[in-house]
Design a protein around this ligand. Structure first.
Ligand code: PLP
Length: 400
């Protein structure tokens, strides 16, 4: 196999490869001319990315600007203001890190903890597990509070554990994309604060699809990503830090171990000083700005209600087909529906047919749910009943 074919077969699906016979791709300068590959229209109903609305795609095709251009700086300021409203916070330090959701996770850990610090991490799926890895790489003493995948934590259980561990930071995932379980956050921050612990929350999948009330719930720091319920391309990670977190950041004794993610420097680029740190990903910010405008026009309450409606419609159709939700009853996420694969059905074959015959992508299971569950995302732009109908129609044909 030549290099090009190898790369292509790694990244594209059988279907799109069939569309463009490779032999027809002419050689140009550095290799084959890939402009001839037609990127197929997919309905992306997996764990993200989902589809982006036309406004976002259009914004991402606008002309390039310099990253210190006054027009671009104005756009950055607008993004900060809009992110604050979305996070429902007054936090001055609210900005978009360059990098995907995982970069947001890493940003908070590298800035808020120092080697030797005790941290408490609640683990009930892939992303809590990832947090333990990130925290350990910061040299912290990681304490895990683990429950079976798909279950959610009782506030009291977390507080009891924090009493024993005495962590400087407690972290958990709001919407666990690997299991479809939604964690309640109310009432958690105050007892943790009394114990001297900050509360850090992963809002990658929840932000833009269900309420995330940073100030009301007294969350000290949170991060998200652009490709889940914000319906933008992957590439930016909105973060917000409250007073307690900023103070902790300013009082640390050791340097932040990551130069790239050091908020002490990045705040001066997003702030009025405009100190050059790294070049902002220009078009990603155009996209995020447009995505936030789409959200603003719809309104948060209407958007959250639309997610719930799409979820209820899907649930009502799936359960009679024998597809049972795998997460704890009463805590199903609207934007991520993880359902068991029926007896006798082959995971990869079903997903392959959905993609190749219907142009629909759904997600397979991760970790404990690998081969056992499908993950159906109804995120942002895709949280619509007409989308649900298209999927259910296709699923019925494939499972028949
Ligand atoms: C997707 C996701 C992440 C990681 O985001 P990337 O953009 O893939 O880096 C982290 N946490 C949760 C809950 C997620 O769903």
């Amino acid at each position: 196999m030549d290099k090009y074919v190898e790369v292509l077969s790694t990244y594209s699906y059988e279907h799109s490869r069939r569309e463009v016979p490779r032999a027809f791709l002419p050689e140009v300068g550095l290799g084959r001319d890939t402009r001839m590959i037609s990127i197929p229209e997919r309905l992306l109903l997996g764990p993200g990315p989902g589809n982006a609305p036309p406004e976002v795609l259009e914004a991402m095709g606008k002309p390039m600007l310099g990253h210190l251009d006054p027009v671009f700086l104005q756009l950055m300021d607008g993004v900060r203001d809009k992110l604050r409203k979305l996070f429902q916070t007054q936090n001055e330090m609210t900005l978009a890190m360059s990098g995907t959701g995982s970069a947001g996770m890493e940003t908070l850990f590298v800035n808020l903890v120092e080697p030797g610090d005790k941290v408490l991490i609640c683990v009930n799926g892939v992303f809590g597990t990832r947090m333990t890895d990130v925290a350990a790489r910061c040299g912290t003493e990681v304490h895990k509070l683990e429950i079976p995948w798909g279950q959610v934590f009782e506030v009291d259980a977390i507080v009891e554990e924090a009493k024993k561990v005495k962590p400087v930071l407690t972290a958990l995932v709001h919407a666990e994309t690997s299991t479809g379980a939604g964690q309640l956050l109310e009432g958690l921050a105050q007892p943790l604060h009394e114990l001297g612990s900050m509360l850090v929350v992963d809002c990658v999948t929840s932000l833009g699809g269900m309420p995330v009330k940073i100030d009301e719930w007294e969350i000290d720091a949170a991060y998200s990503g652009t490709q889940k319920c914000l319906s933008c391309s992957p590439g930016l990670s909105p973060v917000t830090l409250g007073a307690r977190a900023v103070e902790r950041m300013e009082q640390r004794k050791s340097k932040v171990q990551s130069w790239y993610l050091d908020l002490n420097m990045i705040r001066n680029y997003w702030g009025q000083e405009r100190f050059y740190h790294h070049t902002a990903p220009i078009h990603m910010l155009y996209g995020l700005d447009a995505a936030l405008d789409v959200i603003g026009r719809e309104g948060l309450d209407a958007r959250f209600a639309r997610h719930r409606e799409a979820h209820e419609t899907l649930k009502a159709a799936l359960e009679p087909m024998g597809l049972q939700y795998v997460s704890q009853e009463g805590y199903h996420l609207p934007m991520l529906n993880a359902v068991s694969i029926p007896e006798g059905m082959e995971d990869a074959a079903v997903r392959g047919r959905l993609l190749n015959e219907f142009g629909i992508e759904i997600g397979g299971g991760l970790g404990a749910f690998k081969g056992k569950a499908w993950r159906i995302g109804l995120m942002g732009y895709n949280a619509r009943t007409d989308v649900v109908e298209r999927l259910v129609d296709a699923l019925k044909q494939v499972l028949a």
